[in-house]
Design a protein around this ligand. Structure first.
Ligand code: GTP
Length: 345
């Protein structure tokens, strides 16, 4: 499964920006012609020509490359400046300020909630100030116009805010459902693949700990599946705490994969041993029941020839040995001058 498909926010923003570029690219040319000839606003006309060239340039770049946040930011800044300039140059009767109502929607769609609030609030203050200071209108007209502008603008702003908040919330929930193990909140196999193949840039000092709880079936058999589930949740939490930096994935029923970078093999082994010892010395309190569980760990060091599958297999072989030779052990096989095996505990 292509995990990029889960990033709905990015693809939505890219589509919106492309649509905007196409629409504003053409509209600006039309407005520029009008402002240069009929309206006699050459400054605005030339700015609109530059803006339409920028729109076409951005549109083409979005066909070839992924969207960058700064592209959305620049687009919002430019369109805001044009609307503000138009409002301050033209008479309110020309209606240029009406464009202000479209902007909160664009801010929220292109930049998200945080920037949406900042841009929308600033635009409102500036536009009310500009319209309020227009001497071409009678005082009552100015008051009426400002009040209507304020109410309409606030309504559109509020709707945009609620829409974007709910859209990004559901987008995050969907992503979590696809990538996180619902029981423990650790990453699942799909997110492990993505993390390894896409997110992890530097694998030179990468180590994998494959960790399997010992005799977990007994916990289920003695206390029930519900207690077993609670233990798995506690285990995932403990792993995140002990590992600190690094990533925890649940790759099987009671099997976890931990990825982290270490300065050397000794540091990696020490951490694996700390994890093993921490489990040995921890008693989980599950609804008043004191549960102890130990863990066997197989450690592998990343080699440049490793795929994720071979890397996991390497650690799995060591885990198998840790189980075979008594459990509650850390096994690894690091290559130095010659192959050797290190067994901890
Ligand atoms: N409660 C609970 N149990 C699970 C879950 N997934 C797998 N298990 C149980 O984990 C147990 C794994 O049993 P085994 O593979 O025999 O492993 P073990 O008892 O830990 O023994 P060793 O790994 O050999 O030390 C089985 O009883 C599964 O039912 C889960 O999501 N929740």
């Amino acid at each position: 499964m292509d995990i990029a498909a889960l990033n709905s926010t990015k693809s939505l923003r890219k589509d919106v920006l492309r649509g905007m570029c196409l629409c504003f690219g053409f509209l600006s040319v039309g407005f520029a012609g009008f402002n240069l000839t009929v309206n006699n606003f050459p400054l605005l006309g030339y700015i609109e020509i530059c803006f339409s060239i920028y729109c076409i340039f951005t549109y083409i770049s979005l066909i070839r490359r992924p969207l960058q946040f700064w592209q959305s930011l620049i687009m919002c800044v430019l369109i805001t400046l044009i609307v503000i300039l138009g409002t301050s140059l033209a008479s309110p009767r020309n209606g240029v300020f009406v464009w202000s109502f479209a902007l909160p929607i664009l801010y929220y769609l292109l930049l998200g909630k945080q920037y949406g609030v900042i841009f929308s609030a600033n635009l409102l203050v500036i536009q009310v100030f500009i319209l309020g200071s227009k001497s071409t209108l009678a005082p009552f007209e100015t008051f009426n116009l400002s009040l209507n502008l304020l109410c309409a603008y606030l309504s559109i702003w509020a709707i945009s805010h609620v829409f974007e908040g709910s859209r990004s919330h559901f987008s995050k929930r969907l992503k979590n459902l696809a990538l996180l193990d619902p029981l423990t909140g650790a990453g699942n196999r799909l997110s492990m693949n993505h993390y390894f193949e896409v997110e992890l840039q530097d694998k030179s000092q990468l180590y994998l700990f494959l960790l399997d709880l010992d005799f977990f079936k007994q916990i289920n058999d003695e206390h029930g599946h519900g207690v077993g589930d609670q233990v798995l949740i506690e285990v995932a939490t403990l792993l995140r705490v002990v590992l600190g930096r690094g990533y925890v994935f649940r790759v099987g029923g009671e099997e976890f994969a931990l990825f982290s970078s270490f300065a050397n093999e000794e540091a990696a082994l020490n951490t694996a041993e700390q994890i093993r010892a921490r489990f040995e010395n921890t008693t989980f309190d599950i609804d008043g029941l004191a549960i102890n569980v130990t863990t066997s760990i197989g450690v592998a060091k990343f080699k440049s020839t490793n795929s994720l599958e071979s890397f996991v297999n390497q650690a799995d072989k060591q885990l198998y040995k840790a189980k075979q030779f008594g459990r509650n052990k850390v096994y690894c096989k690091f290559k130095k001058e010659h192959d050797y095996e290190t067994v901890v505990a």
